[in-house]
Ligand binder design. Structure first.
Ligand code: NDP
Ligand code: OXD
Length: 309
């Protein structure tokens, strides 16, 4: 069997994905959107962002598969009215867990402070603390958030998690909904954000929520830059309410020159590298969704467009 799958991404290398696809399904090929190919041949699209001109010029699409776990980079209203799936990929999830664990250990062991001290030539002993004194809160308990919560609990930290609906995760104290948010935040010394960016969660990390953390708390944002009101974080860092932050995402990527969080002494910024998907693992899920779409069956990890995730 042969098939052409429409591909559109300004981040992923089509050659690498095609090499893996050809090995998994001989005869299948990813074709870059916007080329000479007749738009009618495509029944399935694999995209990070839609091509210039959008996807409505492909009349036979039966489904769209996102190359990202998040779909906020897509204008959902502008997409053809076909099922849309977000990416769930074992490598993406485990790299997010690695990143979260590294950030938690970095703050817990005061590497951020020692790094600052060493640059200033200071030799300063800090009194050690125990993991029991560092409860970690995880915002969002979906595919990635639940894995992050388990991964951090596995390091020996007390872990609590918050989501829209009540989730049960072994070894994690869970909270649900806005009525439980204050209690959740008040007991989180490190806050890790893994929410999807939707109209409900835009600007969620603001003076109100970050101010409800205990004084001296740390923020780890691996969700999206749009979750954070950056000016509020700068103020809370400067006042000392927030002691430090590890940010993988910013409101504008790459950030403009002079961005107040770039070079801030209490902040580590990484260039949106927390989650790394691998064609080997991701394409198995993508092909399963291809088969489902063509058979008219529900997709795996289908996005609820009304909720936005
Ligand atoms: P899921 O859709 O599996 O999980 C989303 C979670 O967030 C669910 O627990 C959901 O609650 C919760 N949630 C959504 N909206 C709200 C709300 N308004 N209030 C409270 N809880 C809410 O997503 P994933 O875990 O797969 O991915 C999460 C996000 O991580 C992605 O959307 C993306 O933005 C980000 N990401 C970042 C990467 C990076 O490199 N920095 C890489 C990959 C992902 P409920 O369980 O009740 O539905
Ligand atoms: C994603 C990402 O959403 O890499 O998958 O940010």
């Amino acid at each position: 069997m042969t098939a052409k799958i429409l591909f559109s991404s300004d981040l992923d290398r089509i050659g690498e994905w095609n090499a893996t696809l050809g090995a998994l399904r001989p005869g299948f090929e990813l074709v870059e959107a916007g080329g000479e190919e007749d738009p009618d041949v495509f029944e399935f699209a694999l995209i990070w962002k839609p091509p210039a001109g959008g996807l409505k010029r492909y009349p036979n699409l039966k489904a769209i598969q996102s190359l990202g776990a998040g779909v906020n980079q897509l204008d959902l209203a502008a997409l053809p009215d076909v099922p849309l799936a977000r990416l769930v990929d074992a490598n993406l999830t485990s790299s997010m867990v690695d990143y979260a664990q590294a950030a938690v250990l970095r703050h817990f062991r005061s590497f951020d402070v020692h790094e600052r001290d060493s640059r200033e030539g200071a030799w300063r002993f800090l009194q050690p603390t125990s993991k029991a004194e560092w409860p970690v809160g995880v915002l969002g308990l979906g595919e990635i958030g639940a894995a992050v919560a388990r991964g951090v609990a596995g390091l020996g930290f007390p872990v609590r998690g918050w989501a829209r609906s009540k989730r049960a995760i072994d070894g994690v104290e869970t909270f649900a909904g806005s009525e439980a948010l204050e209690a959740f935040l008040a007991g989180s010394r490190i806050l890790i954000n893994v929410l999807p960016l939707t109209p409900d969660t835009t600007g969620f990390l603001s003076a109100a929520t970050l101010g409800a953390l205990p004084r001296g708390a740390h923020l780890v944002n691996i969700g999206r830059g749009g979750h954070l009101v950056e000016a509020d974080l700068v103020r809370l860092l400067d006042e000392g309410h927030v002691a430090g932050a590890t940010l993988d995402v910013l409101s504008q990527e790459p950030p403009p020159a002079g961005h107040p969080l770039m070079g801030h002494p209490k902040v580590l910024v990484t260039p949106h590298v927390a989650g790394i998907s691998s064609p080997q693992t991701a394409l198995k899920v993508v092909l399963e969704n291809y088969d489902r779409a063509l058979a008219g069956r529900p997709l795996l990890h289908q996005v609820d467009r009304a909720r936005g995730y």
